[in-house]
Design a protein around this ligand. Structure first.
Ligand SMILES: [Zn+2]
Length: 337
């Protein structure tokens, strides 16, 4: 049986004569035999809930089923931001995912980053950092990587099971970027929408984390991967030209061709309907969820099919089941049938 312990990281904040503290709860699950250490973290941004729920559901499953190594679960990395239902820490208005590796002499957010680095990241061999889209924008589940990504992060990305990985510039202070300095390969993933829970996205997070745990040998069973994970880097934001009721005519994950109808906006002031057409071929990455479109704002984002590569990393550590499907929903159905 795995050894399960709930612990807290306590971070003190001193402002003048006043001292307050924040407690970050985490769970360590240690298997019977030797193996790598994996951390799974959510809630760096206080309004991103999918990963919090993924970890809640995984805690009981992992407590019974982890056979080797160690899993550290951190459901809410920034409890101050979580309680305020917002991205940043309200005390100093800093974004925790721009403060790594942290500073023990800094403000409260720097201190939280420092403690997480020392007590969680540096004691792990691999990491998963779960995020969602912002409030009001739904994202196709995907992983984030940088150009010339390390082989181990590419492995984690492919194992997480999303159809796409989106290339970004290295962001200073982001956990998945800064953990490279400690040789702890960490994958950042985006699943769902801010301030909301949706079962499909929760399931895709559970799938991704358990798949990585199987591959690393922490759980019994074979990892399942899609034959191809697409690496995309050219994002096109589609902007509304009018303000009115928003009628989406496509969905995240759909492939669209130039000229396809993406959405209609009924302009209530002028009593006309704007048709939004795709100006190039692409994959629908993100859509606003509000039913009101506002002129000048992004309503839909696509990733260009022209700038698309394939994650060619070979998963050599353990045999994997390969699914020859291009639809991530098929993969999930296979896994959770
Ligand atoms: Zn985030």
């Amino acid at each position: 049986m795995a050894l399960v312990s709930d612990r807290f990281i306590e971070v003190e904040d001193t402002k003048g004569a006043e001292t307050s503290s924040v407690k970050i709860r985490y769970t360590e699950i240690i298997g019977d035999s030797q193996g790598p250490a994996l951390f799974v973290l959510a809630g760096l941004h206080g309004d991103e809930l999918t990963g919090v729920e993924v970890i809640k559901q995984l805690k009981s499953y992992f407590s019974k089923n982890i056979t080797a190594g160690k899993v550290t679960l951190v459901p809410v990395a920034n409890p101050i931001a979580f309680a305020a239902r917002q991205r940043q820490t309200i005390h100093d208005n800093k974004d925790l995912n721009r403060c790594f590796p942290g500073d023990p002499e800094g403000t409260i957010t720097d201190k939280i980053a420092y403690e997480i680095t020392e007590k969680i990241v540096k004691k792990s061999d691999y990491g998963i950092d779960m995020h969602t889209g912002p409030n009001g924008r739904i994202l196709l589940p995907h992983t984030r990587m940088v150009l010339d990504e390390t082989k181990k992060v590419k492995e984690l990305s492919k194992l997480f099971g999303t159809m796409i990985s989106w290339i970004r510039e290295p962001v200073e202070g982001a956990l998945a970027i800064e953990s490279k300095a400690f040789k702890v390969p960490t994958i950042a993933v985006e699943i769902g929408e801010g301030n909301k829970l949706d079962n499909f996205f929760v399931k895709s997070g559970i799938f991704g984390v358990t798949n990585i745990a199987k591959y690393l040998g922490l759980l019994d069973g074979r990892a399942c991967v899609l034959k191809d994970q697409y690496i995309m880097n050219e994002r096109n934001n589609i902007i509304a030209n009018s303000t009115g009721i928003f009628y989406p005519k496509t969905d995240i994950g759909k492939i669209v061709n130039k000229g396809d109808l993406l959405a209609e906006i009924y302009d209530t002031q002028n009593n006309v309907t704007e048709k939004i057409l795709a100006d190039r071929a692409g994959l629908v990455l993100a859509m606003q969820t509000s039913s009101v479109a506002v002129s000048g704002t992004t309503i839909i984002s696509t990733l260009s099919l022209g700038a698309c590569g394939i994650n060619t990393v070979s998963l050599v550590r353990k045999k994997c089941m390969i699914y020859h499907t291009r639809n991530p929903k098929d993969l999930l159905l296979n896994m959770w049938a």
